[in-house]
Structures are given as C-alpha cells and as structure tokens.
Design a protein around this ligand. Structure first.
Ligand code: FAD
Length: 403
C-alpha cells in the first residue's frame, strides 16, 4: 500500500474540516484533508444548504459579532465577489434567522479550494477515509493511520494528529471511541433532501420555496447505519419527485431542477470527549478555562409530526465551546470538529450550525497543529493559553469573562 506522512490529517472537508485544515496549515503543520466528494463544503455546498448561521449574537448589546476567523474570511471573500449576502448586524432584531449569511454554493466551494491551496494543504478529494489503525501508547490510545480509497488503490495516511470532521464522527467510531447518537429512545431527527436553490430558474422558484426547504423531512434518519441511510435516500428522492408532480400544472415544461446527492442529516454521532457540552452550560453561556470559541444558535430539535423543540439562550450571554469537547476521550492524538463533538443532544442541536462549526474547526485545527509541531502529537500537552493566543492572532474571537 502507498504511504504518506503528515503532521495533521483532517478527515472530511465540510465547513469544520475546511477551517481545521486551513488553520493547521497556516501555523506551519504539514496538513492533508480527505473528502469523500470532489467538492469541499459538506452540507453547505453538496447538501444544498446555503445559509450560514450565525456570526453575531443579536441579544448582546450592539448585536456583537461573536465568531470571526477563517469562516468569516470565507464569507468576506465571497461577499467581495458578489457571492455572499452578509446582513447588517446593526438592524434591529425581527426574527432570529435574519442574520444568516446566504452564499452561492459553487463559489463557496471554489473559494474554499483556493484558501486550502493557498494555505498549503494537500487535498485528497474523492478519496474517502475507509479504515483506521489504532495503537496503544503510554499516553493512551493513538490513531496510527487512516486508509483512504483512491483510484490507484488504497493509500495509508500517517500523521501525528488526526481531526475527525466527518460530520457523523465515522473515523472516531471506527477507532473505538465512545459515542451517543440520536435520542435515548433510539430515534433521530429527520434529515432533509434539498433542491439546489441556485440551480432553479426563476419561474420555478415556487417549487423551491414550497418544497425544497427544511420541511421536506425524511423521518427518523439513523446516520450510523449505511443500509438505513440507503433507504432514507430512496425515500427522499421519491418525496421530491412526488412534490414536483403535485406542483406541476398541465402544459408546464419538464421541471429542470437538481437536488443534493444525499439527504443531509441533522444529527449523527456525538463522540465522547474529555468533557461533554451540556444544554444547561450552553444556554447559560458558562465559561471554562478551556473555552476556545463562541457559538450562537438556540436549542433546535426537529421532530417528526410535531413542532420543533426550542430553548433560547439566556439573555446577555453567549454559549462558549470547550477544547476538551473536541478531544476524544481515551485518545492522545485524536480531535473532533464540527457537529460530532462531545455534547448532549440539546447542545448538539444548537452548536451544529455552520458558523459555530467553522469556529470549532479552527480551534481544533489550531490545537492539533500546535500538538503536532511542538508536543509530539499529544494534544493534552498543549497549554491552553497557547491555543487561545494563536487563535486570537489568527483573527478568531476567543471567549473572555465579561464584567
Ligand atoms: C436540512 C438541514 C438544514 C440546516 N439548516 C441550517 C441553516 O439554515 N443554517 C446553518 O447554519 N446550519 C444549518 N444546518 C446545520 C449545518 O448545515 C450542519 O450541521 C453543518 O454544516 C455541519 O458541518 P460539519 O462540517 O460538521 O459537517 P458536514 O457538513 O456534514 O461535513 C462533513 C464532511 O465530511 C465528509 N465525509 C464524511 N465521511 C467521510 C469519509 N469517510 N471520508 C472523507 N470524507 C467524509 C462529508 O462528505 C462532508 O463533506 C442544517 C442542517 C440540515 C441537515
């Protein structure tokens, strides 16, 4: 088998993996990212969900921006070319979603390519991670390598530090990490198969507005089981086709619309970390010494057949995410980034939004790179102040206790 070695390998190039890889490479770590599609962005691009929520906390004085860094840089680069609509954070609050940044998915993927290449990341698109090897070490279990499937056959990627940004936490689960998934009764939030909004001609906007949005629910989607996901995707396409038929008037043209290649999941595994983000800590904005980034969204659990469950953030606070929620319990060199970090179900339903996943990705990539370059791959050895200083220097917003 071919073999390559890096300081940091990031598995999955959704918004979290993208920010992790760019952050690690900019610090000087030899970094690679693997992605199962030939396009970066995950749910943002391939999933057809082009809304990035949210960089500001509207319930704070002056509608303060709480997330910046690499994700924000991506938004700004897109906005400069007319491919992102960044709302005015000074506008009075009318409804919580009004501050989401809307982006064009093609441009988003192209600019992500550009930023990864400029940072010096080695990109393995269309080359999914398919297996892992774990070793025992005095510091705990250690991920030795991952195997990716390429056109030329299997290839081993070795690294000092690995970051699991696969969304569903596949890599950590294969390595034997503990996890929870879905609700305690075994049910999952519904997934959604979306029409690609930007693909639709203007005269077909009705289809998009009525059916291509979040209400297109594929019920109880178990994201830990490939056979169940196969069924979910068959159901999702059948649903979209039925909706096209229902909306079609006699004499209409054949609707020329595309949909995402897979149903986007609202939740997957939550990989057990050295600490667990709880809903209570989240909504009350509890700060810990290792809180490395903010998040902003409310508890948002979608349910089949009844209204979405919401719990709002305590006024005047901003949720903050701990680095220890990204450090996989029992592993010395494995971090998670994005929606699979260690959290209870309520906190997960809030921190999974894209701007938060971007901030988490940057934090994980920063800690991973520092560990790989200076501490022999031992993430727990990196002084937390070093991570925070590095994040601030790179333009990220690091939580601080307020007077
Ligand atoms: C229907 C729906 C609506 C949503 N609406 C919003 C919204 O309006 N605003 C908002 O901010 N957020 C929204 N979200 C949430 C948000 O989009 C996601 O939670 C977030 O994008 C997750 O980012 P991520 O990087 O953690 O994971 P993902 O986007 O899932 O990225 C994971 C990446 O890993 C890759 N991958 C997986 N397995 C492998 C493997 N074995 N090898 C290599 N690569 C692999 C995937 O292809 C993907 O690119 C929504 C989610 C859904 C499902």
């Amino acid at each position: 088998m071919r073999e390559k070695s890096y300081d940091v390998v990031v598995c999955g190039c959704g918004v979290a993996g993208f920010c992790a890889a760019v952050a690690a490479a900019r610090i000087g770590a030899r970094t690679a990212v693997t992605e199962k599609y030939y396009m970066p962005g995950g749910t943002l691009t391939v999933g057809g969900n082009c809304s990035v929520d949210q960089f500001n906390n509207p319930y704070k004085a002056h509608n303060r921006q709480v997330i910046a860094g690499i994700g924000w840089e991506l938004m700004q680069r897109l906005a400069r070319q007319g491919f992102a609509r960044i709302p005015d954070f000074d506008e009075p609050v009318r409804y919580p979603q009004q501050y989401g940044v809307k982006v064009n998915p093609i441009a988003a993927a192209a600019v992500m390519d550009e930023m990864l290449l400029q940072a010096g990341v080695t990109i393995y698109y269309g080359q999914p991670t398919v297996d892992v090897t774990v070793q025992n070490s005095p510091e705990g279990k250690k991920l030795h390598n991952i195997i990716i499937a390429t056109k030329q056959g299997l290839c081993s990627l070795n690294a000092k530090v690995f970051i699991d940004a696969t969304g569903d936490g596949d890599v950590s689960a294969w390595a034997g990490a503990q996890f929870e998934a879905g609700a305690q009764d075994g049910s999952f939030q519904p997934g959604t198969l979306r029409f690609y909004p930007s693909f639709s001609p203007v005269d077909q906007e009705d289809y998009v507005l009525d059916y291509g949005d979040n209400r297109n629910h594929i019920t109880n989607m178990d994201t830990t089981d490939s056979d169940k996901l196969t069924q979910a995707n068959i159901v999702g396409r059948r649903l979209l086709m039925q909706q096209l038929l229902k909306n079609r008037k006699t004499g209409d043209e054949v609707p020329m619309m595309a949909c995402a290649p897979e149903v986007a999941p609202r939740e997957g595994r939550r990989i057990k970390g050295r600490s667990v983000m709880t809903q209570q800590d989240y909504v009350s904005g509890k700060l810990y010494p290792d809180s490395v980034c903010y998040s902003f969204w409310y508890v948002d659990i979608h349910r089949d057949g009844c209204p979405t469950y919401h719990e709002y953030i305590v006024d005047g606070t901003t949720p903050a995410i701990r680095l220890s929620c990204m450090q996989v319990q029992g592993f010395s060199n494995l971090l998670t980034a994005g929606r699979c970090i260690s959290a209870d179900r309520g906190a997960n339903s809030a921190l999974r939004v894209k701007a938060s996943c971007m901030a988490i990705g940057q934090a994980a990539g920063t800690a991973g790179a520092l560990a790989a370059v200076n501490y022999g791959g031992l993430v727990a050895e990196v002084p937390i102040n070093q991570v925070k200083e590095q994040l601030s220097a790179a333009g990220a917003i690091v939580p601080v206790a307020e007077q």
